[in-house]
Design a protein around this ligand. Sequence first.
Ligand code: ADP
Ligand code: ASP
Ligand code: MG
Length: 449
Amino acid sequence: MIVLKFGGTSVGTVDNIKKVAAIVSSMNESKIVVLSAMSGVTNTLQNISNLLSEGNISEASSVINTLNIKYLDVVNDLYNKDESIKKATAFLRLHNGLLQSLVSDDHTSKIQRIILAQGEIVSTNLFQLYLNEIGESSELISALDFMIIDQNNEPDNDYIKDHLKRILAKYPSTRTFITQGFICKNRKDEIDNLERGGSDYTASIIGAAIASSQIQIWTDIDGMHNNDPRFVDRTFSIEEISFDEAAELAYFGAKILHPQSIIPAKENNIPVLLKNTFKPEAKGTLIYNNARVEKIRAVAAKDNITAIKIKSYRMLLAYGFLKKIFEVFDQNQTPIDMITTSEVAVSLTIDNISQLEKIIQELEGFGSIEVDNDLSIICIAGNIAQNKKGVTAAIFNCLVDIPIRMISYGGSNYNLSFLVKSQDKVAVLNLLNEGLFIPLASQKKSVMV
Ligand code: ADP
Ligand code: ASP
Ligand code: MG
């Protein structure tokens, strides 16, 4: 069995939904199809929820009506048969009624999460009706019946495996299952989600739960590119990449994959294939354990980084200092991304600043504290740190005019990261592209080691 996940753009218009249906029905293997909400819908739902928390009830209600009109237009264009149109319209009537019933002064986070979950519920229902119409049999299974997160917001893999297996076993002859990405239930049995962009994670968690032979992530680009195509012009698709490199790139900003989505696939050694819904013939990117090794594979950038420097002469020749600093972040449940030390100072970065004030207060007991905002981490993935002469020189030669705040090198063999001001990010990504990738691409010279 394989898992196929289609993102928001892939199910974002009637034409695109038809393309997805064609891809799904062309595959002979049995499969679980994971769908995102139609593009823009989760943002609209977030907007509705924001309006409700501001008490702007009438505007929230009118945005719900506009969304319903958008869905009705899709129904009119997508289906030919009266029966499908009737079923879809009846479904949307119920759905619109549910959203309107949540419009009230009393907007809680529980209601917010119910609202956010609706995009995937609609896209999967409309998609299944379309498969029905074109004679493709399928079963729609609700992610809310098996996708559970624990008190730390981590998937409860044993529960998921057990419940999903039981659900699938009820339909022994079904070859195509459809389910929602992103949405789940939490330990309190409330509707919850795997955070924005989380449908990739759903696909990977399901892949691990059913021990699928492959997880395919279908999106709007032909695989993982060597650099961020939103900021750099001449990027190219990477044919293959290791789990470790892909995980670094996803974590450090390559939006094509949700940061956590590689973990279940890597742990269960399930290859992940990134494919383009609009160019299915393109090879895409295969993420697997034995990917060809390359010195420099790709670059990504993560924004909204805050750096904290703790300076203290008490650190000189002392032990236990770092432990105490780490404990502050630990107790405030704030992950650290990068860290560098000298004899008298420690610099580290965080992206979650919800506890920043408290953290600073507690750190002040250890020395003087400096905080810098509006920074970006640039991550270079590849086989960089295994005594490959000249790789680091080539990287920093591209950046002679860019002030660099921190460098992290040698923590793993396949990552070099550094911290720059966010205003320099686009320039850095382009300089690295021109300096490291374009010469190689134009000379058609292999960087295989
Ligand atoms: P989906 O809705 O299918 O989940 P996303 O918008 O989340 O799609 O991810 C695909 C987008 O990721 C691409 O359109 C591209 O702009 C962006 N992206 C950022 N970095 C990369 C990269 N290194 N390779 C490919 N795409 C990237
Ligand atoms: N629909 C959700 C979002 O927009 C999940 C996803 O698309 O992966 O974040
Ligand atoms: Mg995505």
